[in-house]
Design a protein around this ligand. Structure first.
Ligand code: HEM
Length: 153
């Protein structure tokens, strides 16, 4: 069972990380080199908004649920490990950052995506979405660093 949960964790975190790598690294380089027109990017983003939010929401929730399951299997009831060892602190920081990112998604991003789909073309909504993406991109970097450190520890 632990193997299945680990595969689900790996698939879900890969989807989350893959999206942010594309948005935060590949598109950022294209924007910096002026190879990407903001208007075209906004149109492109709008075209993904019926698909992207549900796929990301499911991936984040599966990463959270399988992560908690993996943690519970590893600690076997000794939850004090979470604050008395470096491994525990790393996973705890990853957990807190995951909750923060999901809250940003549910309370801010989903309403912004809905507003873009409903009213369309205003630059302000796209700027707001980009700021929220930046926040969650930073959280994903933190989560990846602490998770990989915990795994290697
Ligand atoms: C989107 C959020 C998350 C990302 C990007 C992520 C990423 C990762 C990565 C890259 C690994 C190492 C490779 C692997 O074992 O698959 C890992 C392992 C792990 N993750 Fe996550 N994770 C996330 C959420 C969580 C959450 C919320 C928890 C727990 C509360 C968690 C608990 C764990 C545990 C216990 C391991 C195994 C560490 C070990 O083997 O020592 N993860 N995660």
């Amino acid at each position: 069972m632990y193997g299945v949960i680990s595969i689900l964790h790996a698939v879900s975190w890969s989807i989350v990380f893959g999206y942010y790598f594309f948005w935060g690294v590949i598109l950022a380089i294209a924007r910096g080199k002026k190879d990407l027109d903001v208007k075209i990017e906004n149109e492109f983003m709008k075209g993904t908004l019926n698909v992207l939010p549900p796929v990301m929401a499911v991936s984040w929730i599966v990463a959270l649920a399988t992560g908690v399951w993996k943690t519970a299997t590893i600690v076997r009831g000794s939850w004090s490990i979470m604050y008395s060892t470096t491994w525990g602190w790393l996973v705890t920081v990853g957990f807190a950052a995951t909750i923060a990112a999901i809250l940003v998604g549910v309370t801010q991003m989903i309403p912004t995506c809905k507003a873009i789909l409903a009213y369309g073309r205003g630059e302000t909504l796209f700027k707001r979405l980009a700021t929220l993406e930046r926040i969650n991109f930073s959280l994903v970097i933190v989560i990846m660093v602490v998770m990989l450190l915990a795994w290697a520890y």
